[in-house]
Every structure is written in structure tokens, then in C-alpha cells.
Ligand binder design. Structure first.
Ligand SMILES: [Zn+2]
Length: 343
């Protein structure tokens, strides 16, 4: 932990929802926090190299006067190296973890209500978050068969392997373009808008609650989630949207691969890698939440994303829908249920 970070953690954080302002990083009016002195934000949606124990990200907005080095741009912060287990090991650990977890009937019903089919729920390996005792037992078992070092969500304490505490919720395994699970996030069941603790949380084990690095822990890095990743190889059209669960729902309703992440979290080489790995893809639909476009930072990130996609010679189309639906998932679900009523 750098002195700079310690320095910047003094002024207390306040919920943007309570302050009735927008998060200066992602532009949303809930879930994120800002320090009283406005020098830093704790954003739930946009990654930085400082990930907190509950999965959010610290962003330094203004360098505090006592630090001498030049202010970092958001770009520099995001490209800092992240020490994490390789893809194969993360996939193997998360797959084994998922086999040890259950999906409660209530959580299954809630995913169905959000527009996911039984098949999509099964394939996505959605699970209910474990209780403390379940997590301890599963982690103990996993540590005998797998190397858990630097797998986000696991860490060592007093010689024993532990899993990061999770609130009640549904785990969404985030997959890379080749269908490997490379991170886990969860949607809290009892999230309230006025809390500084967010609704969607990346499972991370980089730091303890006091911001000290955990032994053998790692940050999730808030990666892109490729929903319907098994369709990537043959796809000619993909859609980009915000967040892993929204991507799953849209992918299920569109029967297409959908890539989920905040506009600012798609790396600078995203389009070039997509082109190289999946040469059949011709068209990219960009479908971020409507309220996203009213924020200057988010708008700028969105333009940069469109620009790099066009530079890689994709046919880029910005997908819009009537304002009364916040996200493409809500809109597609409304269209799908209208069809059911008509039929
Ligand atoms: Zn934010």
C-alpha cells in the first residue's frame, strides 16, 4: 500500500445517494461514495488498481497537497499490473467452488423473473452465496486439491486458507471470451439504494477491511463478462452492455454473445483482441444504460470505446430504446413478455 493511498484515505467517505449527487467516476446516483474533501471516490462500477475488500474501487480524483508526484490519469491507474493467478487456475478453482455451492429455489425464481431460462441458469453456473460455515468448509476442501494463491476471493490468514465474506446474494461467474470463469461477482439480495455498500460486488481478496494487503490474495480486476461465450467462435454480431448480470439476461433474450462491463473498463486493446481472436465478428452493438449518456466522463469513455471499435473496422451501431426502460435487459424483457401475452 503506497503512502499516497494512506494519505488519501483520511477524509471520510459519504454515499453519493445520500448526498444526492452523481458518482464522478461512473455517473450513477447510487452505490458509490465520495470523500468529504472530494479528493477521492469509491466507485462500484469502474475499476482501478485499488480494489477494496467489498469489491469497489478507489479513484484518486485530486492529488492531495502533501504528495509531490504528478497526478495520475485514470488510464495510468487502470493499466497498473495486477498480480493474479493465471486463467487456467482461476477457472479450475472457480469451477470446483461452483460445484460445492447451491442455488436456492428463491434465487432460482428471481433469475427466472429477470429473464433467464433454466438452461441459461444451469450453463451460467449461478449459485447462492455461501454462509460463513459453508464457505469455511468448501475453502478447506478446495485448499487440499487446488492452489488458491492469488485467486481473487481467497487469501491466507494465520496459516489457513479463507474465502472473502459475502452477503446474501446470487453469484454470477464472469467468463472470458473462451468461456473460462476468471472472476466472480454477486448481486446482493437485500441491497438498498442509500447504502454505500453496493448491489453488485466483485469478489476480491486484495485487502482487509483496513486497506492492508491480504496474504496470497488478489483483486478481481473487474473484467469483462462474456455471456453466451460458447457462441463467440461462430458469431458475426456481438452486443456490449453494462454489467455481468445484464449481459447474461440480454444474451439469453437475444440468443447472441453479449459482453458486459462499464464503458470505461473495456481495456485499450479490447477491439484489437476481439478482431484477432474472433475474425468472423462484423457488427458490434453498443447498448449501455440510457442514463449513462448524460454523464460527461461516461460519455467520453463510450466515445473512446466506439472509436477503438471503428478503428478495428467493426460495423459499430449504438442501440437505443425508449427512456422508460433503464437498461437493455429491462427493455428486452418487456418486449419478450409482450410477445408471450400476444401469443
Ligand atoms: Zn461510481
Amino acid at each position: 500500500m503506497s503512502a499516497h493511498y494512506q494519505q488519501a484515505t483520511r477524509s471520510p467517505l459519504r454515499s453519493v445517494y445520500r448526498l444526492r449527487i452523481k458518482c464522478p467516476v461512473c455517473g450513477h446516483k447510487d452505490n458509490c461514495s465520495i470523500s468529504e474533501d472530494r479528493t477521492r471516490a469509491y466507485c462500484r462500477r469502474t475499476a482501478s488498481k485499488h480494489q477494496g475488500r467489498d469489491g469497489g474501487f478507489l479513484h484518486i480524483l485530486v492529488d492531495t497537497p502533501r504528495t509531490s508526484h504528478a497526478p495520475q490519469t485514470p488510464q495510468q491507474k487502470q493499466t497498473a499490473p495486477i498480480i493474479v493467478a493465471d486463467e487456467a487456475r482461476r477457472h479450475s478453482v472457480y469451477t470446483a467452488l461452483s460445484r460445492g455451492l447451491q442455488l436456492s429455489p428463491a434465487d432460482h425464481a428471481s433469475l427466472r423473473a429477470r429473464g433467464l431460462s433454466d438452461e441459461a441458469i444451469e450453463r451460467g453456473q449461478f449459485k447462492s452465496t455461501p454462509t460463513k460455515d459453508e464457505a469455511a468448509a468448501i475453502t478447506h476442501g478446495l485448499s487440499n486439491t487446488h492452489d488458491l494463491a492469488r485467486v481473487p476471493g481467497f487469501y491466507k490468514e494465520a496459516g489457513a486458507w479463507r474465502m472473502t465474506w459475502t452477503d446474501t446474494g446470487i453469484i454470477v461467474p464472469a467468463r472470458d471470451a473462451f468461456a473460462r470463469i476468471n472472476a466472480l461477482m454477486y448481486r446482493r439480495t437485500h441491497a438498498r439504494k442509500d447504502e454505500s455498500f453496493g448491489k453488485y460486488i466483485w469478489i476480491s481478496s486484495a485487502e482487509d477491511r483496513n486497506g492492508r494487503p491480504r496474504e496470497a490474495g488478489a483483486s478481481s480486476g473487474a473484467p469483462c463478462h462474456y455471456a453466451n461465450s460458447h457462441m463467440m467462435k461462430d458469431a458475426e454480431v456481438v452486443t456490449l452492455t453494462e454489467g455481468a448480470l445484464k449481459a447474461e439476461i440480454a444474451a439469453n433474450l437475444l440468443n447472441q454473445p453479449v459482453i458486459g462491463n462499464a464503458p470505461s473498463c473495456f481495456g485499450a486493446d479490447f477491439a484489437a483482441s476481439l478482431k484477432k481472436d474472433f475474425p468472423r465478428i462484423k457488427t458490434v452493438f453498443v447498448a449501455f444504460d440510457m442514463d449513462f449518456r448524460r454523464n460527461e466522463h461516461v460519455k467520453a469513455a463510450l466515445f473512446r470505446l466506439v472509436e477503438q471499435l471503428e478503428h478495428a473496422r467493426f460495423d459499430v451501431r449504438v442501440r437505443t430504446w425508449p427512456d422508460r426502460w433503464k437498461g437493455i435487459d429491462d427493455y428486452l424483457l418487456a418486449v419478450a413478455s409482450q410477445r408471450e401475452v400476444a401469443a
